[in-house]
Every structure is written in structure tokens, then in C-alpha cells.
Design a protein around this ligand. Structure first.
Ligand code: NAD
Length: 485
């Protein structure tokens, strides 16, 4: 019998499901059991061509609709997503292994927020009037054209919406390629957008590995590429996009600092560290995985952290009581276990966790290392799993310098009751998305993105509009034209 997660077909192009079984089969494995629940096929060159030519052909008419009309469709799609939240959350759990407790509140709901927010903005995208005596200049905010979205595997519904909603609001069309690890959810986003009234060809989804992503990025018809992925992939995609002088948004990896001062409320700081390390089993790009704790509060913090981490409920992700799920794949589990071994070898002190959980599926116990030093591998490299490194510090000046000593710059957080210090420290940290007495909140109203190797451009908020549109400037002369001859 076909598993309920099996999609109708691998791709969604021109308003309909499309299959081409000549493409390499991609198995979809449910991380909680290791069972294969679905198969999709990577896009063949014919499918890539169909998606790009369709999206190119559909874009101009979409851009000519009023923003209010486009926005109405996005907002209708948001309503459908909310109505189907339970069903979409179950699918997200099958796709990623994340517990239903999380997916019910963080995935389709976040996607719906993006569709609603950008749907609301679409009608208010305007240019400027710039008076120049009797003459004037006016500007128009225009669509870029055909946009490509490429997703990572940790938030397949959210990423498909965070890229699609602002792109479509601005009058662009999109071809979206989800991660080959989690290919199911983006198809539902496409289906819902079309059910809500998006014209055929405006939002297309095709499957495949890096090779298919590469074919999209290098196509001369593509005007913009928005990638969510790792830094090494980001460098390749950015370089390929530069060759064609395309616009880019790069949402890449991180090794973000979370700084906890002596005066912080211990339970809030522990809560921030848990949210910033163990949500989605640590598979979150903005995680604060280098937790710098001032020496005076260290032992109290570690004791409370170990106690609360012990309350994590590992188990069937479909059981809403489960609060901690498996790694997305066996391979990712092995990578993370390798980092845990490195932490032990390099002399970090294991506080809790530290091994694969004794159960089916790719579960790793939430793991905390203390006495981590800046040069240890677990403090330098992005692990993308439930491994928290706790480092000690003495002074503000010292911790800011150490926090910034990394190639990454996605996020940063500070816990303190001293408000001037909080703002000063955040002001001195090299990061794009920051938190004071909190961690990992990502409302659609706030810009999201990194500095340094963590990326370029911003998603969400009004900033995303700038990254999915461009300004045309038009000079209007009222008098005669003066010329030298
Ligand atoms: P990845 O870099 O391996 O893959 C990301 C996507 O790029 C996939 O869809 C993949 O098929 C595609 N791809 C790979 N090579 C390509 C190429 N040469 N050309 C075009 N496309 C190519 O990342 P992942 O393992 O899926 O995800 C984990 C990474 O994503 C982590 O580093 C994490 O920090 C990052 N991430 C960042 C954000 C953010 O918003 N900043 C959010 C989630 C994840």
C-alpha cells in the first residue's frame, strides 16, 4: 500500500503534478524509523526545461496584475495553509523527523505568516517622485523576473514559503528546488498556491540534487537565486550566479555565540540555551552553539541546564508529548556523533548526553559539553545537531572578541539584566540576527540573515522586498532639450 506521505508525482509545474521516472530515484526515509515512505525522481533536463520555460512565460502577466490582486492570492493561500495545519505538520514530520509538537507551531504556520505578511505588503509597493525644478524623476519598483529558490532540509515548508511569498508579492515567478533529503513539503506549498488562485507556472517545484540546482543557477533566463544551505554550497552557487550577473540571497550556516553574564536570570538563560541548541534536534542554522557563560554563574547554569535537558522526551515524533526528535538522516547522525567523539578526544567535559539514543531511528541524546575552549573543533565548526558547547569567560571585552573570532556571523544573543551592557554587547557583535534575553525568535516582521560567511541579503520583513525587486528610475523633462551642437 502506498504510504500517505507519497506525493502524487515528483514535480509541480505549470499548475499541475508532473512525473518523469527517467530521473534518478530519490528515496524519502522517515528518520524516526529508518523506513522508506516515498520516492521521488530527480528532474531530468526535460523537466528542468519545462519548469524554467513555464515560469519565464508566466511571469510578465503576473507582474502586470495589481499588487492587491497578487496579495489576495497569497493571503488566500495563507488561510488554506492554516486550515490544513495538522495535515501539513504531519507531512513535515514525515519529511524531516521533527516532532509534531514542533511542526504544529513552527512550519506551516510560519509559512502561512510569510504568505499573509507579503500578501499584505504586495499592494503597497510603490516608487518615489523626485522633484527637480520643473522636471522630475519617478521611480518604479519592478519585479526581477524569474527567481530560483533552493532549500535546505531542516524547514522544508518554511523555506519554500519564505522565498516564494516575497518573490510572488513583487511580481516574480519561481522555480523552487527543495533539498533532496526533504522533497515532500514544497510540493504542497505549490499545490496550495495554485488552489488559492496563483496562475499556472508562477510557482513550480522540481526535485533533484546539487546538479539540478546547478542547472537552475546557470540558466540565462534566471534573474535571481535565493539559497538556504551550507557555506561551501553557498560559495559555489554565489560564484555561478555571479557569472550570469544574477541577484542573490544567501542564507548559510553559523556558529553563533550566546553570551550569558553573571547577572542573568538563570532559568531564562537556560531556556534560551535550550531553544538555541536543541529545538529541531539542533538542526537550525541560527543556533547559539557557543554558549559563553561568565565564571560567577557557571556551575549554577550547568546544574540547571543538565536538570532541564534531562526532561527532554525522545520518542515517536507523531506523539505530541515527544519534545525531541531524531537527526534527519543516518548520515547526519553519523556526522554529529563524529563531532561528539572529537569533543571527548579534545578534552571537553561531557555534562549530559554524548551518544546515540538506545531506540529505533536516528536519535542522538541532547548533549552538553563544558570547559570547551575556543580552539576545539566543536567550538569552531558548525555541527548542525544537538551539541552545545559551554565556554567560560571573565570580562565583556574578552567575550566580545572571542565571540567574533569566527568566519560565521548569522546570529548572536546576550542574557543580562544590565540594559546598557546588553545593547553595547549586541552592537559590538558581528551578526545579522540578534537577541537580547531571548534566542531564536524568527517572526516574519523581522529581517533575517547573516554577515561574513553566513550570507548576503535578508529574508522576511520589508527588507526581503528589496531583495526580490529592483528600482527603475525615469527622468521626465518638461522643457526643450539643450545639446552642445
Ligand atoms: P547543503 O548546502 O548541502 O544543500 C542546500 C541545497 O543546495 C540543497 O537543496 C542542495 O541540493 C543544493 N545544492 C548543493 N550543491 C549545489 C550546487 N552546486 N548548486 C546548486 N544547488 C546545490 O545544505 P543542507 O545540508 O541541506 O542544509 C544544512 C545547511 O543549511 C547548514 O549549513 C545550515 O546552517 C544551513 N541553513 C541555513 C539557514 C539560514 O537561513 N541561514 C537555514 C537553514 C539551514
Amino acid at each position: 500500500m502506498t504510504h500517505p506521505a507519497q506525493p502524487k508525482a515528483s514535480h509541480f509545474i505549470n499548475g499541475a503534478y508532473v512525473e518523469d521516472t527517467a530521473g534518478t530515484p530519490i528515496p524519502v526515509i522517515y528518520a524516526a524509523t529508518g523506513e522508506q515512505i516515498a520516492t521521488v525522481h530527480a528532474a531530468t533536463p526535460a523537466i528542468v526545461e519545462q519548469a524554467l520555460s513555464t515560469a519565464k512565460a508566466a511571469q510578465k502577466a503576473w507582474a502586470k496584475m495589481t499588487g492587491t490582486e497578487r496579495g489576495r492570492i497569497l493571503r488566500r493561500a495563507a488561510d488554506i495553509m492554516r486550515e490544513r495545519n495538522h495535515e501539513l505538520s504531519v507531512l513535515e514530520t514525515y519529511d524531516t523527523g521533527k516532532p509534531l509538537q514542533e511542526t504544529l507551531v513552527a512550519d506551516a504556520t510560519s509559512g502561512a505568516d510569510a504568505l499573509e505578511y507579503f500578501g499584505g505588503l504586495a499592494g503597497s509597493l510603490t516608487g518615489e517622485h523626485i522633484p527637480l525644478g520643473e522636471d522630475w524623476v519617478y521611480t518604479k519598483r519592478e519585479a526581477l523576473g524569474l527567481c530560483v529558490g533552493i532549500g535546505a532540509w531542516n524547514y522544508p515548508t518554511q523555506i519554500a514559503c519564505w522565498k516564494g511569498a516575497p518573490a510572488l508579492a513583487c511580481g516574480n515567478s519561481m522555480v523552487f528546488k527543495p533539498s533532496e533529503t526533504t522533497p515532500l513539503c514544497a510540493l504542497k506549498v505549490a499545490e496550495i498556491l495554485h488552489e488559492a488562485g496563483a496562475p499556472a507556472g508562477i510557482y513550480n517545484v522540481i526535485q533533484g540534487m546539487g546538479e539540478v540546482g546547478g542547472a537552475l543557477v546557470t540558466d540565462p533566463r534566471v534573474d535571481k537565486v535565493s539559497l538556504t544551505g551550507s557555506v561551501p554550497t553557498g560559495k559555489k552557487v554565489y560564484a555561478a550566479a555571479a557569472e550570469g550577473m544574477k541577484h542573490v540571497t544567501m542564507e548559510l550556516g553559523g556558529k553563533s555565540p550566546l553570551i550569558i553574564f553573571d547577572d542573568a536570570d538563570v532559568d531564562n538563560a537556560v531556556g534560551g540555551a535550550i531553544n538555541g541548541n536543541f529545538y529541531s534536534s539542533g538542526q537550525v542554522c541560527s543556533n547559539g552553539t557557543r554558549v559563553f557563560v561568565q565564571k560567577g554563574i557557571k556551575e549554577k547554569f550547568l546544574a540547571r541546564l543538565a536538570e532541564r535537558t534531562g526532561n527532554a522526551i525522545l520518542g515517536d515524533p507523531m506523539d505530541e508529548a515527544t519534545s525531541f526528535g531524531p537527526m534527519v538522516t543516518e548520515n547526519q547522525m553519523n556526522i554529529v556523533l563524529g563531532y561528539i567523539e572529537k569533543g571527548k578526544e579534545e578534552g571537553a567535559r561531557l555534562i549530559c548526553g554524548g551518544k546515540r539514543a538506545d531506540m529505533d531511528g536516528y536519535f542522538i541524546e541532547p548533549t552538553v559539553f563544558a570547559d570547551v575552549t575556543d580552539d576545539m573543533t566543536i567550538a569552531r565548526e558548525e555541527i548542525f545537531g544537538p551539541v552545545m558547547s559551554v565556554l567560560d569567560f571573565d570580562t565583556e571585552e574578552e567575550v566580545v572578541a572571542r565571540a567574533n573570532d569566527t568566519e560565521f556571523g548569522l546570529s548572536a544573543g546576550v542574557f543580562t539584566k544590565d540594559f546598557t551592557r546588553a545593547h553595547r554587547v549586541i552592537g559590538n557583535l558581528e551578526a545579522g540576527s540578534c537577541f537580547i534575553n531571548s534566542y531564536n525568535d524568527a517572526p516574519v516582521e523581522a529581517p533575517f540573515g547573516g554577515v561574513k560567511a553566513s550570507g548576503v541579503g535578508r529574508e522576511n520583513s520589508k527588507e526581503a522586498i528589496k531583495h526580490f525587486s529592483q528600482v527603475k528610475s525615469i527622468y521626465v523633462r518638461m522643457g526643450d532639450v539643450e545639446a552642445a551642437f
